[in-house]
Design a binder for this molecule. Structure first.
Ligand code: IVH
Length: 694
């Protein structure tokens, strides 16, 4: 509906409109913050606020006490609604050498059971250093654009993306499916980046560290008009749902995407073998400096889509693709000091403090020295000139020391034998290279690090509660354990200095924080287990545990049982989980053996709901079943059979027990087959397995 220009509003109309806007905007704020379910786009929301401001500017006497403009200056960040990806947005495994690429092809061959002379055609294309984006089209029109986020859920940036010229709002050509999702990389050209930074500096605005950050900052603008003014570009490199199903090869999809109006990278080529792939890598590497966009490697993808399907994914990356990274960029600088950081598991990590230097377009002033042995191996002293390298997003490292440049006053470094944070003894256990603080939970550094891990992106993911805030709340005794985070609002009400009265905070930002915390009172079991920060329980192991036990109750029952009785079936079951080794089980049980850890967990559970793990493909005939493969398989490799079973929700075990539901036996099966028949476990052959799993 066309709006009446503000100049033409009567005073009465203006008053009515301000009343309507105040309640409408408040309602959208509520939906966004409390329900996490906004009903309008960011652009529409911004337009409402802009209209409110315009009317108020003309009729200042009518400004209401509940006016949204009174909250201005604190338009909450993170005003993007969430989009759940129908297929996860994956990352890529890396190859750092020609051998790594050869190994990759070897793995593909083995997985698919291909003969040595069967060619494996790969596409080879630049890896664009930008941000991945998912674009959903319905009947040829762009409906939703979302960032990658954590791979499962991203942010809705549709109105911003509509301003990017390379991204068609309507598809051209014909033959596109009714619904499809295209994926690719948003990036900023090098020349555009320099010009933008110059303009930003002149206007006193934010200067970006590199084109990638500039692209990210420009895409995540609350005001789409700002995005529109930024020179963002887009290369399509793949798809989520469809259109792959009607195509035979990766290459043919990309060609079709061009016909539908997308830009694909001109350096993509099809290679027939390792040598051709590596030749193309060198060619792209030679052109790297003269390209107008940053790239950080070459991506190879298995061209045949039926093979891609069979290969599937492992952890968070497809088995059918790999990123061959360019060698790290290097620079020379001076080591000014070595500082010790204490991690969440008590590890003492030496960090090199450097004379700031630019490496690959980024200013570096810290580098990792890993551990005590590394310092010894490098023979580095404070004051030395060192060579550092930086590859992609990884922390820069010191690779060598220019001993001939060593000044006379260089100081050798002695690794501490006490924790710098709590003074407890710091020891190396057995053949571990890591020196660890023995202070456990009395060490403030470990506790703060655990909290930081707890709220981090892959754990509870609490927006607005970062390292700085955790440290500040810790220092004031507001947050001492995970449960305290969920009691924060209450504790804050009784606190001496309330959060809203602190430097850098206000009513609104405090409210936003409490809202962000409240939104996370419900969490999936795998995230919960990961968040506890138990040594060796990273995301992969957390997921394996969640998948095995499905509910928190079952998990806690099992670990308690295993702690109390090492001979129990619960203990044996833990050790039987495929992918979880004895060392992991030991540290897991060590954790739950400690009374204070149990208390922390119980306290936390009182504040939140832990959702049951969602079994993948519940309806498949093997979902939830424990399967053992034995003997040789002829139609697929063992790896492929196992991956397929797991993708269909089964658990694959290495040994037959009373818990085994099914044994798939090929020729040459021996002891396991015998045990299965002794126990009365169902046995089928490979053909039976193929029929069962389609
Ligand atoms: S394919 C399942 N191709 O790299 C395959 N990714 O490290 C997913 N990227 O998140 C990625 N250029 O943002 C692919 N030509 C390219 C790419 C590319 C850049 C990014 C992408 C992805 C990340 C993984």
């Amino acid at each position: 509906m066309a709006q009446k220009p503000v100049e033409e509003l009567s005073e009465q109309e203006a008053a009515q409109e301000l009343e309507r806007l105040a309640s409408e905007i408040a309602e959208h704020d509520r939906r966004y913050h409390s329900e996490d379910a906004p009903v309008i786009t960011d652009a529409d929301y911004d337009a409402l606020r802009a209209r409110n401001n315009e009317v108020e500017a003309r009729f200042p006497a009518l400004i209401r006490s509940d006016s949204p403009s009174r909250k201005v200056g604190a338009v909450p960040s993170g005003r993007f609604s969430k989009v759940r990806h129908t297929r996860p947005m994956l990352s890529l495994d890396n190859a750092f050498s020609d051998e790594d690429v050869a190994d990759f092809i070897g793995r593909v061959r083995r997985f698919l059971g291909l003969g040595n002379d069967e060619p494996v055609a790969l596409t080879a294309e630049p890896k664009i250093d930008g941000l991945s984006l998912s674009l959903r089209y319905e009947r040829g029109r762009l409906k939703v654009a979302a960032t990658r986020g954590d791979g499962q859920t991203g942010e809705d940036v549709t109105s911003n993306v509509r301003t990017i010229g390379d991204i068609p709002d309507r598809l051209t050509g014909s033959g596109w499916p009714d619904m499809m999702e295209i994926r690719g990389e948003v990036y900023m050209g090098k020349a555009d980046f320099l010009a933008l930074n110059e303009a930003q500096a002149e206007a006193g605005g934010k200067v970006f560290a590199n084109p990638r950050n500039a692209a990210a900052g420009s895409l995540r603008q609350l005001d789409a008009a700002i995005t529109a003014a930024r020179p963002l570009k887009f290369f399509a490199w793949g798809w989520g749902e469809t259109p792959g199903s009607d195509f035979a090869t990766q290459m043919s999809v990309l060609e079709t995407l061009e016909a539908w109006g997308f830009i694909t990278n001109p350096l993509i080529t099809l290679t027939q073998n390792l040598n051709e792939a590596l030749r193309h890598y060198r060619l792209i590497e030679e052109q790297r400096a003269s390209l107008d966009y940053d790239i950080d490697g070459v991506v190879y993808k298995v061209d045949r889509l039926d093979w891609q399907d069979r290969l599937g994914m492992v952890s968070r990356a497809p088995r059918w693709a790999i990123a061959h990274k360019f060698p790290a960029e290097k620079a020379q600088t001076i080591l000014k000091d070595i500082e010790i950081q204490v991690g969440r598991t008590g590890a003492l990590t030496p960090v090199a403090k450097l004379e700031p230097v630019t490496v690959g377009g980024v200013v570096v002033s810290n580098a990792s020295l890993h551990n005590e042995d590394e310092i010894e191996r490098l023979g580095v002293m404070i004051g030395d000139t060192v060579i550092i390298q930086r590859a992609g997003d990884v922390i820069p490292q010191i690779v060598s020391v220019l001993k001939e440049k060593r000044p006379l006053d260089a100081v050798p470094y002695t690794f501490p034998d006490h924790c710098p944070a709590c003074g407890s003894a710091a020891l190396r256990e057995g053949d571990d290279v890591v020196v660890r603080c023995t202070g456990g939970l009395i060490c403030p550094a470990q506790r703060v690090e655990r909290l930081r891990h707890f709220v981090s992106r892959d754990a509870f993911d609490i927006e607005g509660l970062g390292e700085k805030q955790i440290k500040a709340f810790w220092d004031d005794g507001l947050i001492e354990s995970p449960a305290d985070i969920f009691k924060l609002q209450r504790r804050n009400a009784d606190a001496e200095t309330r959060i809203e009265d602190r430097e850098g905070w206000g009513e609104l930002s405090a409210r936003n924080l409490f809202n962000a915390i409240n939104q996370r009172r419900s969490i999936s079991l795998d995230r919960f287990l990961y968040a506890l920060g138990i040594r060796h329980i990273g995301q992969t192991n957390a997921r394996l545990l969640a998948r095995s036990y499905l509910t928190l109750d079952d998990f806690l029952w099992a670990v308690t049982e295993a702690v109390n009785d090492p001979e129990s079936a619960a203990h044996a079951d833990l050790l039987n989980i495929d992918g979880i080794g004895p060392k992991v089980v030991e540290t897991l049980l060590d954790f739950f053996r400690e009374e204070h850890n149990l208390a922390v967990v119980q306290d936390l559970i009182g504040q939140i709901t832990v959702e049951d793990f969602e079994k993948p493909l519940e309806t498949s005939p093997v979902a939830g079943k424990t399967i053992v493969f034995t003997g040789s398989l002829e139609k697929m490799s063992r790896a492929e059979a196992k991956a397929r079973a797991e993708a269909m929700g089964a658990r694959v075990s290495g040994s037959v027990s009373a818990k085994t539901d099914l044994v798939v036996a090929g020729p040459g099966a021996g002891a396991k087959l015998k045990k299965a028949s002794d126990l009365g476990v169902k046995v089928i052959d490979e053909d039976g397995w193929l029929t069962m799993t389609g």
